[in-house]
Design a protein around this ligand. Sequence first.
Ligand code: UTP
Length: 302
Amino acid sequence: MSATQRIRKAVIPAAGLGTRFLPATKAMPKEMLPVVDEPAIQYVVAEASRAGLDDILMITGQNKRSMEDHFDRAPVLEATLRDKGDTKKLEAIQHATNLGDLHYVRQGQALGLGHAVLCGKQHVGNEPFAVLLGDDLIDPRDELLTTMMEAQARLGGSVIAVMEVPQEAVSAYGVVDAGGKHLEPGAQVVPVHRLVEKPPAEEAPSNLAIIGRYVLHPAIFTELERTPPGKGGEIQLTDALQAMAAIPAEDGGGVHAVIFRGRRYDTGDKLSYIKAVVTLAAGREDLGPELRPWLKEFAQSI
Ligand code: UTP
């Protein structure tokens, strides 16, 4: 396998229990929560598609039906809209079906993100691939994945995405040591020496938090197979990547991080979800002109 092999496949883990968003997620996956008028997962699939990843494997769990249905054809609805001459809505529902070649595999038990990625082993095979977390939304106006894929093609190994977060927030994330606290201003790709899942703030090696985009070397699968449960009793992708950082480059080891400075929302977190809906709606041509002045007025009234 050459390090510069074109990346074609994306794995989208969407089998988590979504406990932070209960009770809304009791009977439906959090990835189906609407962000304005599209489910969160559609933004993620569209992002993969824009980056040229046309083979998409979704890792699903118990409530998978709605996700599969959403990306499938809907002949009755399509015929009704066609009869009504509502081409705009027809195009909108057909768009979701044309985003790529979608495949599904079930995780069975939510044993952690690392385990979810491992469920993609057979489908992915021996080639580098992207992982996009189904509840992590990168603003479509900002670019990340292509930069990561270019970095992986250039540097080999695996590439993760990190963002600077306030020091008090680090314990909610995987955190990296990217060569000390003082990054060069404007640095975009940095080597990663160590990764720690959800460290206490005072033990965190930096305030660079791992966000939900990865471009992984297939050697990760062997590593995941021997990764024991870590934080929270879950098989952690961060732990497998920590092992990958120590493996020689010729064996697929080495980890680099792309520092993302754009807009990112965790739609599995209530507050971040609300910010995603408001920010994206305010930027839309159909909703923004009415929403923006209302938001200003509302902000002054509270
Ligand atoms: P999260 O940790 O945000 O998901 O995982 P969660 O466990 O559903 O969250 P809460 O804390 O209970 O609210 C990040 C991504 O990994 C997927 C999730 O669906 C989400 O997209 N995931 C997580 C899996 O697919 N399987 C798992 O076992 C865990």
